[in-house]
Design a protein around this ligand. Structure first.
Ligand code: SF4
Ligand code: SF4
Length: 167
């Protein structure tokens, strides 16, 4: 018992020497680990088009049934994403989500990504449903947002050609 007491006191003395290990949140924010899984973000391509093609693979892969996707048709006059369809409705119920990352793994276009935002709070269960306008990242500076009017016949492919992993 004396041994445990000594170990506890040693830890306390170490903290006195090394300074506080706590962070004054929310003024100070801790950097998250590289593989941290926080709130989802729906990504865009550099040209401003949305990566999500409304295929619902993320919803199918979700073990908590937390994702709801509804797809609509793209046209070249009103284009949201490359290919035939885009997600006209995209919702995630954050009360159901267990942050497993299966949706991210299932997505063929790398559209849904679990980011580093851990600041989720709501007092009403309806507010826990994050809609597309909350999840979709803004277009980069100087880039058009969606929908866009594009040249006909350019964005025919839903899933971009990707290189195989090298390692
Ligand atoms: S992280 Fe897991 S539980 Fe949450 S929405 Fe994605 S697949 Fe579903
Ligand atoms: S986020 Fe990915 S998997 Fe989910 S609907 Fe969009 S493209 Fe499909």
């Amino acid at each position: 018992m004396l041994k445990e007491l000594g170990r506890g006191l040693l830890t306390t003395f170490k903290m006195l020497l090394e300074g506080p290990v706590t962070t004054s949140y929310p003024e100070e924010k801790r950097e998250v680990r590289p593989r941290f899984r926080g709130r989802h973000v729906l990504k865009r391509y550099d040209n401003g088009l949305e990566k999500c093609i409304g295929c619902s693979l993320c919803a199918a892969a979700c073990p908590a049934d937390a994702i709801f996707v509804e797809a609509s048709e793209n046209t070249d006059e009103e284009r949201y994403s490359p290919g035939e369809r885009y997600a006209s409705t995209y919702e995630i119920n954050m009360l159901r989500c267990i942050y497993c990352g299966f949706c991210e793994d299932a997505c063929p276009t790398e559209a849904v990504v679990l980011g580093d935002n851990y600041e989720l709070s709501f007092t009403d269960r309806h507010d826990a449903i994050y809609t597309k306008d909350l999840l979709l990242e803004p277009a980069s500076e100087g880039r058009p947002t969606t929908p866009q009017t594009v040249e006909p016949g350019v964005y025919t492919r839903s899933v971009p050609q990707m290189e195989n992993p090298k390692d």
